[in-house]
Design a protein around this ligand. Structure first.
Ligand code: FES
Length: 125
């Protein structure tokens, strides 16, 4: 299980070597998640219209290794955009993947860019 989780490492914008096109802006729901695949990874993508920003993170919740974060509710906690896992409601920051409940579990996040109406996620592999 740890092996599956270890494929998910946060990528900063300066580390991006591949901008992977995942579809058109119109393909993604507003203020909720969608799941896309890159190599063996499942990635959750969120169009957060409240701030006009997009976020991407691993779809796998590190709590019970369930691929469910794309189904989570998004919102904010003290101004930090977050997703709540639909299983047991652990909250993760969409900015840096940290667990807003203060626990050790965190998630990998990936940069997103919009160009010519298309959505791209940045990877370093
Ligand atoms: S599986 Fe996500 S909080 Fe438990």
């Amino acid at each position: 299980m740890q092996d599956i989780l270890s494929q998910y490492q946060t990528v900063s914008e300066s580390e991006v070597t591949t901008w992977f096109e995942v579809g058109a802006v119109a393909d993604f729901p507003e203020n909720s998640g969608a799941c896309v695949k890159y190599k063996a990874k499942q990635i959750a993508v969120y169009n957060y219209t409240r701030t006009g920003k997009w976020y991407a993170c691993q779809n796998m919740c590190p709590h019970k290794m369930e691929n469910v974060l794309a189904l989570g509710m998004i919102g904010d906690k003290d101004g930090i955009p977050k997703v709540a896992c639909p299983m047991h409601k652990k909250n993760f920051s969409l900015e840096d993947g940290s667990n807003l409940g203060g626990e050790d579990l965190k998630i990998a996040t990936y940069p997103v860019k919009i160009e010519n109406g298309n959505v791209y996620i940045g990877f370093s592999d």
